[in-house]
Design a protein around this ligand. Structure first.
Ligand code: PMP
Ligand code: GLN
Length: 385
C-alpha cells in the first residue's frame, strides 16, 4: 500500500498528535474516568451562564470588535486594579482573545521569529512548544526540579535560568500558577525571573490562567507588579479557568500599549474576534465572587491527593490549578496507555511537557471533577492495584 502524503509543514510535525487528544480519545473509547485533560465536569456560576443565554436572546450574536467589547475590557481593567493594583487602559491595553491559547499564539507570532529563542520552564504546557514552533523560534527549557524541601514540591534554580539566556533570547514564557505541577512561584522566584528579564531586556509572556485557583490561603502575584516589569510583561488570563467554562474559549491579554498592539495585530488575523455573547456575560461575571470555584477545587484536590497517597502513590499536593503530578517510577507513557484498560482511569503522561528525560516517569492527574467522580477514580485505582 502506498504511504499517505503528509502535508503538514516540517516545523509542526513534532506536534502532530496532541497527548490530550490521544488520552481523551482513550477515555471515550474505554468509558474511563477522564482525569487527563483539564476540564471541569460541572458548570460555572449560574448567573454567568444565565447572562450568556440572555445575551444570545438579546441579539449579541454578530462580530464584536477584534479587541473585545468595551464593557468587558472595562471589567477586566477593574479586575486587575481590584486584585493586583495593576493599571491597564481599557481603550488600548487589553485584548480579548479566543481562549488564552489564542493569546499565547498571537503573542508568540507577534513577538518572535526564526532565530529568536524563547525560555520556558519545564514541565511546560505543550501548547507553548507548538506556538513557539509556529513562529519559527527555538524553545530553551529550564527545568523545575522536583524538590521535597520546597513548599511547592518543585524548585527553580535562578542560576540555570541565567545560564539559559543567549544573545538570541527574546522572551521568557512564565506560567504561575503552573500547569502541570500546581506550583505557585514565590515572590523571590518571580523576582529572580524579573532580574533576568530586566538585565537582558527580555519580554515576559506571563500565563496566569490559574490566577484564581490558588489554595491554602496562598496568594497569586502577577510578575507585572514587580518593579520594572509592567512595561515588559504581557499577562494572560482565561475565563475558561476562572469561571469553569473551558468550552467558551474566551481569554484576554493585558499589557502596555506597544505590546498589546502587537498582540492585536496578529489576533485580528487569527480569529478576528472572540465569542460575542460570552463577552457580554463575562463583563457581568468579573464583578462577582471569584472565590467559590477555588474553595470547591481545594476540597477536590484533597479527595484525589489523599486517595492517591493512601494507595501508596508518590504524590505532591499542589498549591494551585487543576492538577497533581505523580511519579509512577516506571515508564509513564506505558503506564498511562495501560491504565484505562487496567483501572478505567485516564491520566496524562508528561513526556510531551519536557525536552529532557526528567519527566519520563511522571503522570498528571486532573482533579477538576466532582468529588464523587474523584472518589470513584480512587476506588478503581485501588481495585486495580
Ligand atoms: N495556559 C495554561 C497553563 C493552560 O493550562 C491552558 C489550558 N486551558 C491554557 C493556557 C489555555 O487556556 P484556554 O482554554 O483559555 O485557551
Ligand atoms: N489546559 C488543559 C490541560 O492542560 C487543556 C489542554 C488542551 O486540551 N489543549 O489539560
Amino acid at each position: 500500500m502506498s504511504q499517505q502524503p503528509n502535508h503538514l509543514v516540517e516545523r509542526m510535525r513534532e506536534f502532530e498528535t496532541s497527548i490530550f487528544a490521544e488520552m481523551t480519545g482513550l477515555a471515550m473509547s474505554t468509558g474511563s474516568i477522564n482525569l487527563g485533560q483539564g476540564f471541569p465536569d460541572y458548570d460555572g456560576p449560574q448567573a454567568v451562564l444565565d447572562a450568556a443565554a440572555e445575551a444570545i436572546r438579546g441579539g449579541h450574536n454578530q462580530y464584536p470588535p477584534s479587541v473585545g467589547i468595551l464593557p468587558l475590557r472595562e471589567a477586566i481593567a477593574a479586575h486587575e486594579k481590584k486584585y493586583y493594583d495593576l493599571d491597564y487602559d481599557p481603550s488600548s491595553e487589553i485584548v480579548v482573545t479566543t481562549g488564552a491559547t489564542e493569546g499565547l499564539a498571537a503573542a508568540l507570532l507577534a513577538l518572535t521569529e526564526t532565530g529568536d529563542e524563547v525560555i520556558v520552564f519545564e514541565p511546560y504546557f505543550d501548547v507553548y512548544a507548538a506556538g513557539i514552533g509556529l513562529s519559527g523560534a527555538r524553545r530553551v527549557a529550564v527545568t523545575l526540579h522536583r524538590d521535597g524541601t520546597d513548599p511547592s514540591g518543585w524548585s527553580l534554580d535562578p542560576a540555570e535560568l541565567e545560564a539559559a539566556v543567549t544573545p538570541r533570547t527574546k522572551l521568557i514564557l512564565l506560567n504561575s500558577p503552573h500547569n502541570p505541577t500546581g506550583k505557585v512561584f514565590t515572590r523571590e522566584e518571580l523576582q529572580a525571573v524579573a532580574d533576568v528579564a530586566i538585565r537582558h531586556d527580555l519580554i515576559v509572556l506571563s500565563d496566569e490562567v490559574y490566577e484564581h485557583l490558588v489554595f491554602d490561603g496562598l496568594t497569586h502575584t502577577p510578575i507585572a507588579t514587580h518593579p520594572g516589569m509592567h512595561a515588559r510583561t504581557i499577562k494572560l488570563s482565561s475565563a475558561g479557568k476562572t469561571f469553569s467554562v473551558t468550552g467558551w474559549k474566551v481569554g484576554w491579554a493585558c499589557a502596555p500599549k506597544p505590546l498589546a498592539s502587537a498582540v492585536l495585530g496578529v489576533k485580528q488575523h487569527l480569529s478576528f474576534a472572540s465569542g460575542h455573547p460570552f463577552q457580554v456575560a463575562l463583563a457581568k461575571g468579573l464583578a462577582g465572587d471569584l472565590d467559590e470555584t477555588r474553595r470547591q477545587l481545594q476540597a477536590q484536590r484533597d479527595v484525589l491527593c489523599d486517595g492517591l497517597a493512601v494507595l501508596g502513590y508518590d504524590v505532591i499536593r499542589p498549591q494551585a490549578t487543576y492538577f497533581t503530578v505523580v511519579d509512577v517510577k516506571s515508564d509513564a507513557l506505558e503506564f498511562a496507555r495501560a491504565l484505562p484498560a487496567r483501572a478505567g482511569v485516564v491520566t496524562i503522561p508528561m513526556l510531551s511537557f519536557y525536552d529532557s528525560s526528567v519527566g519520563d516517569t511522571f503522570v498528571r492527574f486532573a482533579f477538576c471533577k466532582r468529588p464523587d467522580v474523584l472518589q470513584q477514580a480512587v476506588d478503581r485505582l485501588r481495585d486495580a492495584k
